[in-house]
Design a binder for this molecule. Structure first.
Ligand code: BMA
Length: 344
Protein backbone atom coordinates (compact mmCIF):
# COMPACT_ATOMS: atom_id res chain seq x y z
CA UNK A 1 0.00 0.00 0.00
CA UNK A 2 1.04 3.57 -0.59
CA UNK A 3 1.29 6.08 2.22
CA UNK A 4 -1.00 8.97 1.37
CA UNK A 5 -0.43 12.12 3.41
CA UNK A 6 -3.48 14.32 3.90
CA UNK A 7 -2.17 17.89 3.63
CA UNK A 8 -5.55 19.22 4.75
CA UNK A 9 -7.91 21.89 3.51
CA UNK A 10 -6.26 24.52 1.32
CA UNK A 11 -9.13 26.80 0.36
CA UNK A 12 -12.57 27.44 1.80
CA UNK A 13 -15.52 29.61 0.90
CA UNK A 14 -15.43 33.34 1.67
CA UNK A 15 -18.16 35.91 2.09
CA UNK A 16 -17.65 37.04 -1.51
CA UNK A 17 -20.79 36.51 -3.54
CA UNK A 18 -19.19 34.38 -6.28
CA UNK A 19 -17.77 31.87 -3.80
CA UNK A 20 -20.07 31.95 -0.79
CA UNK A 21 -21.50 28.45 -1.37
CA UNK A 22 -18.46 26.28 -2.17
CA UNK A 23 -15.01 26.15 -3.73
CA UNK A 24 -13.77 22.93 -5.32
CA UNK A 25 -12.16 21.02 -8.20
CA UNK A 26 -9.15 23.22 -9.08
CA UNK A 27 -7.07 23.31 -12.26
CA UNK A 28 -3.43 23.45 -11.25
CA UNK A 29 -0.21 24.33 -13.01
CA UNK A 30 3.19 24.64 -11.34
CA UNK A 31 5.91 26.93 -12.73
CA UNK A 32 9.07 26.80 -10.67
CA UNK A 33 8.07 27.27 -7.05
CA UNK A 34 4.78 28.94 -7.99
CA UNK A 35 1.51 27.07 -8.33
CA UNK A 36 -1.40 28.68 -10.15
CA UNK A 37 -4.76 27.40 -9.05
CA UNK A 38 -7.98 28.04 -11.00
CA UNK A 39 -10.87 26.75 -8.98
CA UNK A 40 -14.57 26.24 -9.38
CA UNK A 41 -16.42 28.63 -7.12
CA UNK A 42 -20.15 28.52 -6.60
CA UNK A 43 -22.46 31.20 -5.33
CA UNK A 44 -25.69 30.44 -3.50
CA UNK A 45 -28.03 28.79 -5.98
CA UNK A 46 -25.11 26.80 -7.45
CA UNK A 47 -23.94 29.16 -10.21
CA UNK A 48 -20.28 28.39 -10.95
CA UNK A 49 -17.44 30.63 -12.04
CA UNK A 50 -13.67 30.14 -11.91
CA UNK A 51 -11.61 31.88 -9.25
CA UNK A 52 -7.84 32.22 -9.09
CA UNK A 53 -5.26 31.90 -6.37
CA UNK A 54 -1.50 31.57 -6.27
CA UNK A 55 0.63 29.36 -4.05
CA UNK A 56 4.35 29.50 -3.26
CA UNK A 57 5.47 25.91 -2.83
CA UNK A 58 2.77 23.27 -2.82
CA UNK A 59 0.69 24.53 0.08
CA UNK A 60 1.12 28.20 0.92
CA UNK A 61 -1.50 30.56 -0.48
CA UNK A 62 0.09 33.94 -1.24
CA UNK A 63 -2.59 35.55 -3.38
CA UNK A 64 -6.31 35.10 -3.89
CA UNK A 65 -8.38 37.22 -6.26
CA UNK A 66 -11.61 38.72 -5.06
CA UNK A 67 -13.27 38.42 -8.46
CA UNK A 68 -13.65 35.37 -10.69
CA UNK A 69 -11.25 35.02 -13.61
CA UNK A 70 -13.85 33.31 -15.81
CA UNK A 71 -17.61 33.53 -15.46
CA UNK A 72 -20.68 32.77 -17.58
CA UNK A 73 -20.86 35.06 -20.61
CA UNK A 74 -22.44 33.01 -23.37
CA UNK A 75 -25.63 31.02 -23.76
CA UNK A 76 -23.79 27.66 -23.78
CA UNK A 77 -22.37 28.35 -20.28
CA UNK A 78 -25.12 30.55 -18.90
CA UNK A 79 -25.67 28.35 -15.83
CA UNK A 80 -22.03 27.81 -14.97
CA UNK A 81 -18.39 27.37 -15.90
CA UNK A 82 -17.30 24.33 -13.90
CA UNK A 83 -14.45 21.93 -13.11
CA UNK A 84 -11.45 23.50 -14.92
CA UNK A 85 -8.23 21.69 -15.90
CA UNK A 86 -5.15 23.40 -17.29
CA UNK A 87 -2.06 22.49 -19.35
CA UNK A 88 0.56 24.50 -21.20
CA UNK A 89 1.44 23.35 -24.72
CA UNK A 90 4.04 25.25 -26.75
CA UNK A 91 3.66 28.53 -24.79
CA UNK A 92 -0.14 28.51 -24.78
CA UNK A 93 -2.26 27.72 -21.75
CA UNK A 94 -5.25 25.49 -22.52
CA UNK A 95 -7.90 25.75 -19.86
CA UNK A 96 -10.74 23.29 -20.35
CA UNK A 97 -13.95 23.38 -18.34
CA UNK A 98 -17.51 22.15 -18.26
CA UNK A 99 -19.94 24.63 -19.78
CA UNK A 100 -23.45 24.23 -18.40
CA UNK A 101 -26.47 25.91 -19.94
CA UNK A 102 -29.05 24.60 -17.49
CA UNK A 103 -29.68 21.42 -19.53
CA UNK A 104 -26.49 20.35 -21.26
CA UNK A 105 -23.01 19.93 -19.76
CA UNK A 106 -20.31 20.13 -22.45
CA UNK A 107 -16.53 20.45 -22.67
CA UNK A 108 -15.36 23.98 -23.46
CA UNK A 109 -11.95 25.54 -24.01
CA UNK A 110 -10.29 28.86 -23.23
CA UNK A 111 -6.71 29.71 -24.25
CA UNK A 112 -4.18 32.33 -23.24
CA UNK A 113 -0.52 33.32 -23.41
CA UNK A 114 -0.59 34.36 -19.77
CA UNK A 115 -2.32 32.99 -16.69
CA UNK A 116 -4.76 35.90 -16.72
CA UNK A 117 -6.50 36.88 -19.90
CA UNK A 118 -8.19 33.84 -21.35
CA UNK A 119 -10.03 33.86 -24.66
CA UNK A 120 -13.00 31.54 -24.82
CA UNK A 121 -12.98 29.17 -27.80
CA UNK A 122 -16.42 27.71 -27.18
CA UNK A 123 -17.62 24.12 -26.83
CA UNK A 124 -15.25 21.59 -28.40
CA UNK A 125 -16.87 18.31 -27.41
CA UNK A 126 -19.74 16.81 -29.38
CA UNK A 127 -23.14 18.47 -29.47
CA UNK A 128 -25.37 15.51 -30.22
CA UNK A 129 -28.58 14.56 -28.51
CA UNK A 130 -28.70 11.16 -26.85
CA UNK A 131 -30.91 9.94 -29.73
CA UNK A 132 -28.37 11.12 -32.33
CA UNK A 133 -25.60 9.42 -30.35
CA UNK A 134 -27.60 6.22 -30.00
CA UNK A 135 -28.34 6.07 -33.71
CA UNK A 136 -24.66 6.33 -34.61
CA UNK A 137 -23.46 3.90 -31.95
CA UNK A 138 -26.17 1.29 -32.54
CA UNK A 139 -24.17 -0.82 -35.06
CA UNK A 140 -21.75 -1.42 -32.17
CA UNK A 141 -24.66 -2.22 -29.88
CA UNK A 142 -23.01 -5.21 -28.24
CA UNK A 143 -19.77 -3.47 -27.33
CA UNK A 144 -21.54 -0.25 -26.37
CA UNK A 145 -24.52 -1.69 -24.50
CA UNK A 146 -23.52 -0.14 -21.16
CA UNK A 147 -23.90 3.32 -22.71
CA UNK A 148 -27.58 2.60 -23.18
CA UNK A 149 -27.95 1.36 -19.61
CA UNK A 150 -26.13 4.28 -18.01
CA UNK A 151 -27.99 7.23 -16.67
CA UNK A 152 -27.14 9.45 -19.64
CA UNK A 153 -29.50 12.33 -20.31
CA UNK A 154 -32.13 10.97 -22.70
CA UNK A 155 -34.36 13.94 -23.60
CA UNK A 156 -33.60 15.81 -26.82
CA UNK A 157 -35.48 19.05 -26.15
CA UNK A 158 -36.17 21.08 -23.00
CA UNK A 159 -39.66 22.33 -22.05
CA UNK A 160 -38.51 25.72 -23.37
CA UNK A 161 -37.54 24.23 -26.75
CA UNK A 162 -33.78 24.17 -26.17
CA UNK A 163 -31.79 21.23 -27.59
CA UNK A 164 -30.37 18.95 -24.90
CA UNK A 165 -27.05 17.31 -25.64
CA UNK A 166 -25.50 14.16 -24.30
CA UNK A 167 -23.50 14.97 -21.17
CA UNK A 168 -19.84 15.09 -22.15
CA UNK A 169 -17.47 16.45 -19.53
CA UNK A 170 -14.11 16.02 -17.78
CA UNK A 171 -12.30 17.36 -20.81
CA UNK A 172 -8.60 16.99 -20.02
CA UNK A 173 -5.68 17.67 -22.37
CA UNK A 174 -2.36 15.87 -22.30
CA UNK A 175 0.32 18.52 -21.61
CA UNK A 176 2.08 18.06 -24.96
CA UNK A 177 1.25 16.96 -28.47
CA UNK A 178 1.73 13.25 -29.08
CA UNK A 179 3.01 12.27 -32.53
CA UNK A 180 2.21 15.82 -33.63
CA UNK A 181 -1.40 15.75 -32.44
CA UNK A 182 -3.36 17.27 -29.60
CA UNK A 183 -4.48 14.41 -27.42
CA UNK A 184 -7.32 14.79 -24.96
CA UNK A 185 -9.70 12.79 -22.80
CA UNK A 186 -13.40 13.34 -22.27
CA UNK A 187 -16.13 11.44 -20.55
CA UNK A 188 -19.44 10.18 -21.81
CA UNK A 189 -20.68 7.96 -19.00
CA UNK A 190 -19.56 5.45 -17.94
CA UNK A 191 -16.05 5.35 -19.54
CA UNK A 192 -13.31 7.79 -20.47
CA UNK A 193 -12.76 8.34 -24.22
CA UNK A 194 -9.81 9.78 -26.17
CA UNK A 195 -9.42 12.14 -29.12
CA UNK A 196 -6.31 12.92 -31.21
CA UNK A 197 -6.41 15.79 -33.72
CA UNK A 198 -3.93 17.85 -35.73
CA UNK A 199 -5.84 21.09 -35.13
CA UNK A 200 -8.59 21.92 -32.72
CA UNK A 201 -10.50 23.47 -35.64
CA UNK A 202 -10.90 19.90 -36.92
CA UNK A 203 -13.46 19.17 -34.18
CA UNK A 204 -16.44 19.85 -36.41
CA UNK A 205 -19.86 18.23 -36.47
CA UNK A 206 -18.71 15.84 -39.18
CA UNK A 207 -15.66 14.92 -37.07
CA UNK A 208 -17.95 13.87 -34.21
CA UNK A 209 -20.27 12.14 -36.63
CA UNK A 210 -17.42 9.88 -37.76
CA UNK A 211 -16.16 9.53 -34.22
CA UNK A 212 -19.46 8.12 -32.99
CA UNK A 213 -19.75 5.80 -35.98
CA UNK A 214 -16.54 4.25 -34.65
CA UNK A 215 -17.21 4.97 -31.02
CA UNK A 216 -15.92 1.96 -29.09
CA UNK A 217 -12.51 2.35 -30.78
CA UNK A 218 -12.22 5.63 -28.84
CA UNK A 219 -12.81 4.18 -25.41
CA UNK A 220 -9.70 5.00 -23.39
CA UNK A 221 -10.45 3.48 -20.03
CA UNK A 222 -13.21 1.29 -18.62
CA UNK A 223 -14.02 0.32 -15.06
CA UNK A 224 -12.64 -2.97 -13.82
CA UNK A 225 -12.70 -2.84 -10.00
CA UNK A 226 -15.48 -2.33 -7.43
CA UNK A 227 -14.41 1.23 -6.48
CA UNK A 228 -14.86 2.31 -10.15
CA UNK A 229 -17.91 0.22 -10.92
CA UNK A 230 -20.42 3.03 -11.59
CA UNK A 231 -18.33 5.31 -13.81
CA UNK A 232 -14.97 7.04 -14.22
CA UNK A 233 -13.71 10.42 -15.30
CA UNK A 234 -10.36 11.93 -16.17
CA UNK A 235 -8.99 13.93 -13.29
CA UNK A 236 -5.61 15.66 -13.31
CA UNK A 237 -3.83 16.31 -16.62
CA UNK A 238 -1.57 13.30 -17.28
CA UNK A 239 1.95 13.56 -15.86
CA UNK A 240 4.84 12.47 -18.08
CA UNK A 241 7.29 10.09 -16.39
CA UNK A 242 9.95 7.76 -17.82
CA UNK A 243 7.62 4.84 -17.05
CA UNK A 244 4.63 6.35 -18.89
CA UNK A 245 1.78 8.84 -18.48
CA UNK A 246 0.50 8.87 -14.94
CA UNK A 247 -3.24 9.51 -14.90
CA UNK A 248 -4.96 10.40 -11.64
CA UNK A 249 -8.68 9.95 -12.29
CA UNK A 250 -11.87 9.86 -10.29
CA UNK A 251 -13.61 6.55 -9.84
CA UNK A 252 -17.18 6.31 -8.68
CA UNK A 253 -19.06 3.55 -6.93
CA UNK A 254 -22.74 3.61 -6.04
CA UNK A 255 -23.58 2.56 -2.47
CA UNK A 256 -26.76 2.53 -0.38
CA UNK A 257 -25.73 5.93 1.02
CA UNK A 258 -24.94 7.44 -2.39
CA UNK A 259 -22.05 7.66 -4.83
CA UNK A 260 -18.52 7.51 -3.44
CA UNK A 261 -15.91 9.44 -5.46
CA UNK A 262 -12.28 8.34 -5.00
CA UNK A 263 -8.96 9.44 -6.48
CA UNK A 264 -7.35 6.57 -8.40
CA UNK A 265 -4.21 6.01 -10.46
CA UNK A 266 -3.18 4.33 -13.72
CA UNK A 267 -0.25 4.42 -16.14
CA UNK A 268 -0.34 4.63 -19.96
CA UNK A 269 2.17 4.22 -22.77
CA UNK A 270 4.14 7.37 -23.62
CA UNK A 271 3.92 7.06 -27.43
CA UNK A 272 0.50 5.51 -27.58
CA UNK A 273 -1.51 6.57 -24.54
CA UNK A 274 -4.43 4.37 -25.56
CA UNK A 275 -2.35 1.48 -24.18
CA UNK A 276 -2.88 0.96 -20.48
CA UNK A 277 0.30 -0.23 -18.76
CA UNK A 278 -0.93 -0.58 -15.20
CA UNK A 279 -3.59 0.52 -12.74
CA UNK A 280 -4.04 0.24 -9.02
CA UNK A 281 -6.74 -2.30 -8.13
CA UNK A 282 -7.80 -0.10 -5.20
CA UNK A 283 -8.31 3.67 -4.87
CA UNK A 284 -5.34 5.87 -4.09
CA UNK A 285 -7.50 7.68 -1.56
CA UNK A 286 -11.20 7.73 -0.73
CA UNK A 287 -13.34 9.97 1.43
CA UNK A 288 -12.51 9.45 5.08
CA UNK A 289 -11.90 12.80 6.81
CA UNK A 290 -14.85 14.93 7.90
CA UNK A 291 -14.26 17.47 5.11
CA UNK A 292 -14.39 14.67 2.50
CA UNK A 293 -17.34 12.87 4.07
CA UNK A 294 -19.68 15.82 4.63
CA UNK A 295 -20.35 18.83 2.47
CA UNK A 296 -22.60 19.91 -0.37
CA UNK A 297 -22.29 16.41 -1.83
CA UNK A 298 -21.07 13.86 0.72
CA UNK A 299 -18.20 11.40 0.17
CA UNK A 300 -16.39 13.11 -2.67
CA UNK A 301 -12.67 13.30 -3.46
CA UNK A 302 -12.55 14.82 -6.96
CA UNK A 303 -8.92 15.27 -8.16
CA UNK A 304 -8.37 17.83 -10.91
CA UNK A 305 -4.78 19.06 -10.63
CA UNK A 306 -1.34 17.92 -9.46
CA UNK A 307 2.16 19.30 -8.93
CA UNK A 308 5.48 17.63 -8.24
CA UNK A 309 7.75 19.04 -5.50
CA UNK A 310 10.90 17.26 -4.28
CA UNK A 311 9.75 13.84 -5.42
CA UNK A 312 6.29 14.21 -3.87
CA UNK A 313 3.16 14.40 -5.96
CA UNK A 314 0.66 16.89 -4.54
CA UNK A 315 -2.86 16.11 -5.67
CA UNK A 316 -5.40 18.92 -5.40
CA UNK A 317 -9.03 17.98 -5.20
CA UNK A 318 -12.52 19.08 -4.35
CA UNK A 319 -13.64 17.63 -1.02
CA UNK A 320 -17.37 16.90 -0.65
CA UNK A 321 -18.05 19.62 -3.27
CA UNK A 322 -17.43 22.17 -0.51
CA UNK A 323 -13.74 22.99 -0.16
CA UNK A 324 -10.34 22.39 -1.79
CA UNK A 325 -7.94 19.98 -0.17
CA UNK A 326 -4.58 18.45 -1.00
CA UNK A 327 -3.06 15.01 -0.44
CA UNK A 328 0.46 13.94 -1.34
CA UNK A 329 2.31 10.73 -2.11
CA UNK A 330 5.94 9.91 -2.76
CA UNK A 331 6.13 9.56 -6.55
CA UNK A 332 8.62 6.65 -6.47
CA UNK A 333 6.36 4.75 -4.09
CA UNK A 334 3.34 5.29 -6.33
CA UNK A 335 5.20 4.14 -9.45
CA UNK A 336 6.65 1.08 -7.71
CA UNK A 337 3.20 0.12 -6.51
CA UNK A 338 1.67 0.64 -9.97
CA UNK A 339 4.39 -1.58 -11.46
CA UNK A 340 3.22 -4.41 -9.22
CA UNK A 341 -0.06 -4.31 -11.14
CA UNK A 342 1.23 -4.22 -14.71
CA UNK A 343 -1.14 -5.53 -17.34
CA UNK A 344 -0.17 -8.83 -18.88
C1 BMA B 1 -19.49 15.69 -11.04
C2 BMA B 1 -19.27 17.17 -11.20
C3 BMA B 1 -18.26 17.67 -10.19
C4 BMA B 1 -18.59 17.20 -8.79
C5 BMA B 1 -18.84 15.71 -8.78
C6 BMA B 1 -19.23 15.16 -7.42
O1 BMA B 1 -20.51 15.24 -11.88
O2 BMA B 1 -20.49 17.87 -11.04
O3 BMA B 1 -18.23 19.07 -10.19
O4 BMA B 1 -17.53 17.51 -7.94
O5 BMA B 1 -19.85 15.39 -9.71
O6 BMA B 1 -20.46 15.67 -6.98
Amino acid sequence: MITVRREGVLLETTGLKFENESVMNPAVIAEGNTVHLFYRATSEGNLSSIGYCKLEGPLTVVERRDKPLLFPEFDYESQGVEDPRIVKIENTYYLTYTAYDGYSAMGALATSDTVEHFTKRGVITSQFTYQQFKKRVTPERKKASKYFRTNNRRESVSPTGKKIYLTDKNLVFFPRKINGKFFFLHRIKPDIQWVAVDNLEDLTESFWDNYFLNFTYHIFFESRYPHESSYLGAGCPPIELPEGWLVIYHSVCDTPSGYVYSASAALFDLDNPTIEIARLPYPLFSPETRYEMEGVVNKVCFPTGAALFDGRLYIYYGAADKCIACASVRMSELINELMRYKNE
